[in-house]
Design a protein. Structure first.
Length: 399
C-alpha cells in the first residue's frame, strides 16, 4: 500500500485502551483512606492495588514484547480484553480480594498494551505521521492518570467507590471493543516477524543504540517517579498542605500530558530530539535545585509544572527513536525502554524514600541525578545521526 496511508482510527482506539490502564491503575490512589475503611483493610493494602502494576511490569515487559513481536494483533487484542476483564472483575464482589484480583489481571495486561505503541504506529501510520502517533498515544496514557485523579476528587467518599469502579469498567469495555474492531482491518504497512523464541530479544539487546536508550530512560523517569511519589512528604515541612500538594501533582501531570502531545512532534520535525532531551534534564535539575533552596507553594507549582512539561516528553521521544531504529523487534525494544524507566523509578524512589525527612538533600540528589542523564543523551548522538532515514525492514502483514 502507499506509504502515505495512515489509519488514525486504530491509534485513537488504542489511546483509549492505554488511558484505561492508567485509570484502573490509580482508581483508588486518591481515595486510599476511604477505601481502606470501606473494605476493612490497611492503607498499605490499598496501596498494593497500585504498586502491583510497576512490579509486574518489570517482570512481564520482555515476555510481553516477545509476544507482540511474534503475534502483534493477537497480543494487543489480548491486552485490551484482559484490561476490560480485570476492570469487570472488580465489580463481582464488594471486597478487597476481588479488587486485588482485578488489579492483577489489568497489571498483566498493561505491558501488552503499552509495549505495542511503536509497533502499532509502524503498522498503521505513514513514516511522517509516526512521531505524532507515538506522542498522541503516550499523552493519552498520561491523560488516564489525570482522569483518575479528577474522578477521585469528584467522588471522594465511600459512596463514590462503586461509581469509580463501575466507571472504570464501562470505559475499559468500550475502549477494548473499539480497539478490537479497528484491529480487524488489514495493516497499512508491512512488517517482518522475527524468528521464534528469544530472537527478538537478541535483536533488540544486540543494538547498542537501544541499550543506550535504556540507560537514558532509567534516569529521567526514575527522577519523575521519585518526585511524584514523595513530593507531598518533601514539601510538607515547608508548610505545603496535603491538598495543595495533590493539586500541584495534578498540574504536574497535566503539564506532562501537554508536553507529550506537543514537544516530541516539534522535536522530530526540526530534528532536535537530543537537544530537547538534554534541555529537559537541565531544566529539571535547575527546578529541583530551586525546590531544595526555597521550597514552598509557589515554587512547588512552578517547578513541578516545568518538570512535567519538559521531562515527560522524553518518553515519547525515546519511543519514537526506538520505532525508527527497530523493525521486527519493536515490541521487545519498547518493552526494554519501559522496563528501564520502571526500574529507574523503583531504584531512585527507594533511595529518595530514605531521605524523605530531609527534603533539601533529597531534592539536591534528584538534581544531581538529572544532570547524570546528560552523558546518556550525548551517547545517543551517533545513533540518531545514522538513523535519520527509516531502516525500511518490511514487517509481516499477518502478525
Amino acid at each position: 500500500m502507499a506509504d502515505s496511508q495512515s489509519r488514525w482510527s486504530v491509534i485513537v482506539s488504542y489511546a483509549c485502551v492505554g488511558a484505561a490502564t492508567q485509570i484502573l491503575w490509580l482508581t483508588y490512589a486518591g481515595v486510599t483512606t476511604v477505601a481502606a475503611s470501606h473494605y476493612g483493610v490497611s492503607e498499605a493494602a490499598i496501596g498494593w492495588l497500585a504498586q502491583v502494576f510497576p512490579l509486574l511490569y518489570v517482570v512481564l515487559a520482555i515476555p510481553a514484547g516477545l509476544v507482540l513481536d511474534r503475534w502483534f494483533r493477537g497480543g494487543l487484542a489480548a491486552g485490551a480484553v484482559l484490561t476490560a476483564v480485570g476492570a469487570v472483575l472488580r465489580l463481582v464482589g464488594d471486597t478487597y480480594l476481588w479488587l486485588l484480583a482485578g488489579q492483577i489481571v489489568v497489571a498483566v495486561a498493561q505491558p501488552l498494551v503499552l509495549n505495542a505503541l511503536t509497533g502499532l504506529t509502524g503498522r498503521y501510520l505513514a513514516q511522517r505521521h509516526r512521531p505524532t502517533g507515538i506522542a498522541a498515544g503516550t499523552a493519552a496514557t498520561f491523560a488516564g492518570m489525570v482522569i483518575a485523579f479528577v474522578l477521585a476528587a469528584l467522588f471522594p467518599g465511600a459512596d463514590g467507590l462503586a461509581t469509580l469502579t463501575a466507571g472504570g469498567a464501562a470505559f475499559s469495555a468500550v475502549a477494548a471493543l473499539a480497539l478490537l474492531l479497528t484491529l480487524g482491518r488489514p495493516v497499512a504497512h508491512r512488517h517482518v516477524a522475527p524468528s521464534a523464541g528469544l530472537s527478538a530479544l537478541r535483536v533488540a539487546w544486540s543494538d547498542g543504540f537501544i541499550r543506550r536508550l535504556c540507560a537514558f530512560a532509567f534516569i529521567p523517569f526514575g527522577v519523575f517517579i521519585a518526585l511524584t511519589t514523595f513530593a507531598q512528604a518533601l514539601l510538607a515541612p515547608a508548610g505545603v498542605s496535603a491538598a495543595t500538594a495533590s493539586l500541584i501533582l495534578l498540574v504536574n501531570v497535566v503539564a506532562g500530558v501537554a508536553g507529550c502531545a506537543v514537544v516530541p512532534v516539534l522535536a522530530a520535525r526540526f530534528r532536535k530530539e537530543l537537544g530537547v532531551l538534554a534541555g529537559g534534564l537541565l531544566v529539571t535539575s535547575a527546578a529541583v535545585a530551586t525546590l531544595a533552596a526555597a521550597p514552598g507553594v509557589a515554587v512547588g507549582f512552578l517547578s513541578l509544572t516545568l518538570i512535567g512539561f519538559v521531562l515527560l516528553p522524553g518518553l515519547p521521544i525515546a519511543l519514537e527513536l526506538t520505532e525508527r531504529r527497530t523493525g521486527e523487534a519493536a515490541g521487545t525494544a519498547t518493552g526494554l525502554i519501559w522496563m528501564a524507566g520502571n526500574v529507574g523509578g523503583l531504584v531512585i524512589a527507594t533511595v529518595v524514600g530514605h531521605l524523605v525527612h530531609r527534603p533539601a538533600p533529597a531534592f539536591l540528589l534528584l538534581a544531581v541525578l538529572a544532570l547524570l542523564g546528560l552523558p546518556a543523551v550525548s551517547a545517543l548522538r551517533e545513533g540518531v545521526t545514522a538513523d535519520r532515514q527509516p531502516a525500511g525492514r518490511p514487517l509481516n502483514p499477518i502478525s
